[in-house]
Design a protein around this ligand. Structure first.
Ligand SMILES: Nc1ncnc2c1ncn2[C@@H]1O[C@H](COP(=O)(O)OP(=O)(O)OP(=O)(O)O)[C@@H](O)[C@H]1O
Ligand SMILES: [Mg+2]
Length: 602
């Protein structure tokens, strides 16, 4: 329950609504209980009236007495209708304040969680599944809203009603009040018990349902394999088996649910019975009137649903507390990469690594081991090395997606963590190894690189096309029927790996950054296209610091400086010619690749 304390500031923010809501609930409850008193008066009056009426039977006053009598009853009836209307009106106000408040809190909470998600670093995203992140911002927040909305509303409603009714009953007869209320705690407890069983059972139903649907989904997306391997009958049986389990779990749920209403009716019946019996005795002894029994029976009925809702409210609060604990877990997560300065830092592009090491915190893998090198602004650095040697990690360190474990990175002779994070990232055009395109038009995907709004306008078209030309993707895109307005992804065209890579390159170069990082961005294109892209890139790279990660010598040989990584350490360093002369790993790799190329010619 402690986790729900987190929501208090939110409730405090909307305290006016909460206070008004409480007031409306109380007023609505006052109007709800008033008719019971009117009913008692009515019944008592009828009872007394009949005696009086009998006395005047046959006398001239009979008719007058009768119409007076009916007029008073009519008046009582009108009072009951008016109070019912007023009760309804205030219930409307109560929902307008408290339920609206819960929606406002839900909105704030979702925004706060989203904001936190944006702040969190890559290490966090590696550790937590997307489904989990989504569940906490949607389902868990919904559970929490049930607490700040309906649960609070019903709780306040129940407390005020129980107080008002009990006070009212006590002023009439304390002993009878005790008898009448005695079954209510049993009612509340039973409902709580039944309810928690219902929750457990419905969770089981839900789980089985999701098992079935993911299994069915898979069997249909793999329908070709299923048919090719003649597995229809097997699948049919398996489906029947799972569906049968689902049915059984549902039947169990229905059984528990079926207990719910009879239980309530039984306990109200018990209460009513006690009221009539104990009340009847008191009527005989003249302690109370017959009308009072009717009044008490009305109170019992009035209390039933609110008391029944205690069980329901408790389970909402429990679920909300569990959800809030999950939400708090993410909200309290401190991002390890933080921006230490708000002042913008202009960046020129000098880059220096000084004995930099990096260990992945979750796996303990030493991905970068005491690396030192420096690149002057405007120069190019190539990083080459076997798969898993730490190339991508090195790129990630430059844009501070992770902070170094030891050593230091300098940009323009400033320690990286002193540079404004936004300035740093704005100055970098990064082409990641794993291309990601949004389900958007090609235009917008490229414009993402330089438009904060991510939507391309007419005036951007020229720069978008230029970037596409430089990335050697212009011709392919122009051939699509819708050209640059072609949508990518699920509801649009499926691009080939090489096409995606080049769009990703266009996205990076369109921002004209001070530092360009290409992480293995030409792996999926043929050597001819590679040559075309590279010759364009050389023009674009002029005056910009660039880091090119690759597996092919042909990609990197024109760079000013080449480092060869192995197991996170630099094993060779120098220009292409230096390294060839050195006749080490690099020269060996070069020979192999030249041979492969020659072989490919035949
Ligand atoms: N997010 C991560 N968490 C833990 N370990 C990681 C993570 N990413 C990479 N590693 C490990 O760090 C080492 C270096 O990986 P990195 O991705 O930098 O290699 P790479 O040189 O880019 O390889 P490739 O050429 O295949 O892209 C590998 O041993 C890898 O298993
Ligand atoms: Mg890599």
């Amino acid at each position: 329950m402690k986790s729900l304390k987190f929501l208090n500031p939110y409730l405090f923010r909307y305290r006016t609504r909460l206070i008004l809501g409480t007031l409306f609930i109380t007023i609505s409850n006052i109007f709800a209980i008033y008719p019971a008193e009117v009913l008692r008066k009515g019944i008592d009056m009828v009872q007394d009236g009949i005696h009086v009426y009998d006395l005047f039977k046959g006398l001239p006053m009979e008719n007058e007495l009768r119409s007076d009598f009916f007029n008073i009853l009519l008046f009582f009836g009108i009072i009951v209708i008016i109070t019912a209307l007023l009760k309804g009106l205030f219930m409307f106000f109560m929902r307008q304040t408290i339920i609206v408040m819960s929606r406002l809190i839900e909105f704030d909470l979702k925004n706060d969680i989203y904001k936190q998600y944006q702040k969190l670093d890559l290490a966090f995203y590696k550790k937590n599944k997307t489904g989990d992140l989504m569940a906490r911002i949607s389902e868990d927040v919904s559970q929490v809203r049930m607490y700040v909305g309906p649960a609070i509303m019903y709780a306040i409603g129940t407390i005020t009603l129980v107080l008002l009714v009990t006070l009212r009953m006590l002023t009439i007869n304390a002993e009878l009040t005790f008898y009448v209320l005695s079954p209510l705690p049993i009612l509340a407890f039973t409902i709580y018990y039944v309810n928690s069983r219902v929750i457990k059972k419905s969770a089981a139903v839900q789980k089985q349902l999701s098992t079935i649907s993911s299994w069915v989904q898979e069997s249909f997306s793999g329908i070709r394999v299923v048919k090719a391997y003649n597995r229809e009958q097997f699948n049919q049986n398996k489906f029947a088996e799972e569906a049968n389990l689902y049915k059984d779990k549902n039947v169990e749920l229905v059984k528990v649910n079926a207990l719910f209403f009879p239980m309530i009716i039984l306990l109200i019946g018990l209460s009513t019975l006690i009221t009539i019996y104990a009340g009847g005795i008191k009527v005989f002894s003249g302690e109370i009137t017959t009308g009072t029994i009717a009044e008490f029976i009305m109170y019992v009925n009035m209390l039933t649903w609110p008391v029944a809702s205690i069980g329901w409210v408790t389970s909402i609060v429990q679920r909300a507390a569990a959800s809030q604990t999950r939400i708090n877990e993410f909200l309290s997560y401190e991002p390890s990469v933080v921006n230490h300065t708000s002042a913008a830092t202009p960046i020129i592009g000098d880059l220096r690594f000084d004995h930099v090491s990096f260990v992945y915190p979750d796996s303990g893998i030493v991905a970068i081991n005491k690396i030192s090198f420096s690149v002057k602004a405007g120069q190019s650095l190539a990083v080459i090395g076997r798969t898993g040697s730490g190339k991508s990690t090195l790129a990630a360190l430059i844009s501070r997606q992770y902070d170094v474990t030891s050593g230091q990175i300098f940009v323009d002779n400033m320690p990286l963590h002193k540079v404004n994070l936004n300035s740093l990232r704005s100055a970098i055009g990064y082409v990641p190894q794993e291309v990601f395109l949004f389900s958007e038009t090609i235009s917008n995907n490229i414009a993402f690189g330089f438009k904060p709004s991510h939507i391309a306008s007419e005036s951007d078209q020229e720069s978008i096309e230029q970037a596409a030309k430089d990335a050697a993707i212009f011709d392919s895109v122009s051939q699509f029927p819708e050209g640059f307005n072609t949508r990518v992804g699920e509801r649009g065209v499926t691009l080939s790996g090489g096409q995606k890579q080049r769009i990703s390159i266009a996205r990076a170069i369109i921002r004209k950054p001070e530092i360009l990082i290409f992480d293995d961005c030409l792996s999926a294109v043929d050597t001819a296209t590679e040559e075309e892209v590279l010759s364009n890139l050389r023009r674009i790279m002029k005056g910009r610091t660039s880091v090119i990660i690759a597996h092919r010598i042909s990609t990197v040989k024109h760079c000013d400086q080449i480092i060869v990584l192995d197991h996170g350490s630099i094993v060779e360093q120098g220009s292409h010619q230096d390294l060839i002369n050195k006749d080490g790993i690099y020269a060996e790799l070069n020979r192999k690749q030249l041979l492969e190329e020659a072989a490919a010619q035949f």
